[in-house]
Design a protein around this ligand. Structure first.
Ligand code: SAH
Length: 265
């Protein structure tokens, strides 16, 4: 926006789902944007912050298949900015946590487009919290490792991941069997508490808790879908002591009572 001829691209985190977890900065930028380029996993209420006349462009990825290639997204952001538009590139969670925000920033940098990054609440922290799992807890876990089960390039370092205190694994749906076996083969005890948080902070959130040995089978029985995170570690057992937080789907009413006075969710 600094130069009349060139717009700015804002790489904005939209949070994990619950529209109440959008940042004020994100809401303000949406309200002023000419173009909003958004992914799947963005709550409709988040999009409702956009200016009524803004162009809303969906480039989402459905279940693994990419509907718009990453390079096309880069080209789109650059082209919109070169038209002098203020562009909000809205991404689930935090843009730099497995969100390919870094790639978009590099592309904008290379093209000489002004850009900013607006952090968001990552599902890696928020979804466990919504399930009653503090990712660190004094005396239980002093560190948390965020990793992805979906990698291009070298295979994950399973020995390293198996040794993590709290392990939060993104993009684990569809790979739970192989992932849990790899962790156990690398030395993680089969009896470790594990949980899957599906659609964390959304009204239809579900939580499945089991041991590391059993969680994949349980997830299959419950037909767990996407998005979901796998959490492994002793912190998962704290859910039992946090029943106020540790609930599944029908969390909407109590959660509203607890968390806010006013802003609808
Ligand atoms: N940038 C995002 C992550 C993008 S990768 C963030 O910071 O949250 C997409 C993966 O994130 C999904 O496969 C899933 O593992 C996880 N995810 C995103 N939203 C989620 C949610 N509401 N509940 C559980 N997992 C979620």
């Amino acid at each position: 926006m600094s130069e009349p001829s060139q717009g700015t691209v804002y790489l904005v985190g939209a949070g994990p789902g619950d529209p109440g977890l959008l940042t004020l900065r994100a809401a303000r930028l949406l309200a002023g944007a000419d173009t909003v380029v958004y992914d799947r996993l963005i709550h409709p209420e988040v999009l409702s912050h956009a200016r009524p006349r803004a162009r809303l462009l969906f480039v989402g990825k459905e279940g693994g298949g990419e509907s718009v290639a990453q390079e096309e997204i880069h080209a789109l952001l650059i082209a919109q900015a070169r038209l002098g538009r203020s562009v909000v590139r809205l991404k689930g969670g935090d843009p730099f946590v497995f969100g390919r925000g870094g790639e978009e920033a590099l592309a904008l940098e290379a093209a000489g487009i002004p850009y900013e990054v607006v952090p968001g609440v990552s599902s890696g922290v928020a979804a466990p919290a919504a399930a009653g799992i503090p990712v660190t807890h004094r005396g239980v876990s002093g560190s948390v490792t965020f990793a992805t089960a979906h990698r291009t390039g070298p295979a994950p370092d399973w020995a390293h991941l198996a040794g993590a205190e709290t392990l939060v694994l993104f993009m684990a749906s569809g790979r739970l069997e192989s992932v849990t076996h790899a962790l156990m083969a690398a030395g993680r005890p089969a009896t470790q508490p594990a949980a899957i948080v599906e659609a964390g902070t959304w009204a239809h959130q579900r939580v499945i808790e089991a041991t590391l040995a059993d969680i994949a089978v349980r997830a299959r029985q419950e037909a767990v879908g996407s998005p979901a995170l796998l959490v492994v570690g002793e912190v998962v057992a704290l859910r039992a002591q946090l029943p106020t937080l540790a609930r599944d789907a029908a969390r909407s009413e109590p959660a509203e009572t607890i968390s806010r006075g006013g802003s609808g969710s």
